[in-house]
Design a protein. Structure first.
Length: 175
């Protein structure tokens, strides 16, 4: 579980308020466990955060779905390379029902730690999904921009604090 520092807390607020299903996995921890999942994710999958926190997101898959093998290999490659990815998986809800999941993965670095932001989108009907996908992508892009902006502000604040500290020390040494 990450230290709940300023960058992480701001990212958590954005994820929790997002209009799309989002998860956050800690890539610096063994097996990249989920540390956050918002209410949209809980509604889509039927899994509450309390039940999935600390688990790798592969619990949504079943071993008997060979079509997922190629997607899983792409996911592993993207995680290792810390790259964005969009892939379709056959996933299963808490009640056992299956759904086609258009998964977006985006690497995020907060306070010196690597995370993977996952956004899940059900492809119920292709025509319906095609109509909703652009809005989903825009909402996800907006959330990512807000997280990046907050991270930049925190870095700037840290740099300003270091500069103020250095100036204080120099003035003490000079005086």
């Amino acid at each position: 579980m990450p230290i709940e520092n300023a960058g992480f807390l701001k990212a958590r607020g954005i994820i929790e308020r997002s209009a799309v299903a989002l998860t956050l996995a800690d890539l610096d921890a063994p097996d990249a466990p989920l540390i956050l999942a918002n209410a949209r994710f809980e509604r889509l999958t039927g899994y509450p955060l309390a039940e999935v926190q600390g688990k790798n997101c592969r619990f949504l898959q079943r071993a008997d779905v060979p079509a997922n093998a190629a997607a899983r290999a792409e996911i592993r490659r993207a995680i290792e390379a810390r790259e964005e990815l969009q892939v379709v998986l056959k996933n299963h809800r808490h009640d056992g029902s299956s759904f086609d999941n258009l998964l977006f993965l985006n690497p995020v670095r907060l306070d010196g730690r690597d995370y993977m932001l996952g956004s899940q989108f059900e492809l119920a009907e292709l025509s319906r999904a095609m109509a909703r996908a652009p809005a989903h992508a825009v909402a996800l892009s907006d959330d990512l921009a807000r997280i990046a902006e907050k991270a930049d502000r925190i870095q700037m604040s840290h740099r300003r604090h270091l500069a103020d500290t250095a100036a204080f020390l120099v003035s003490r040494w000079a005086g």
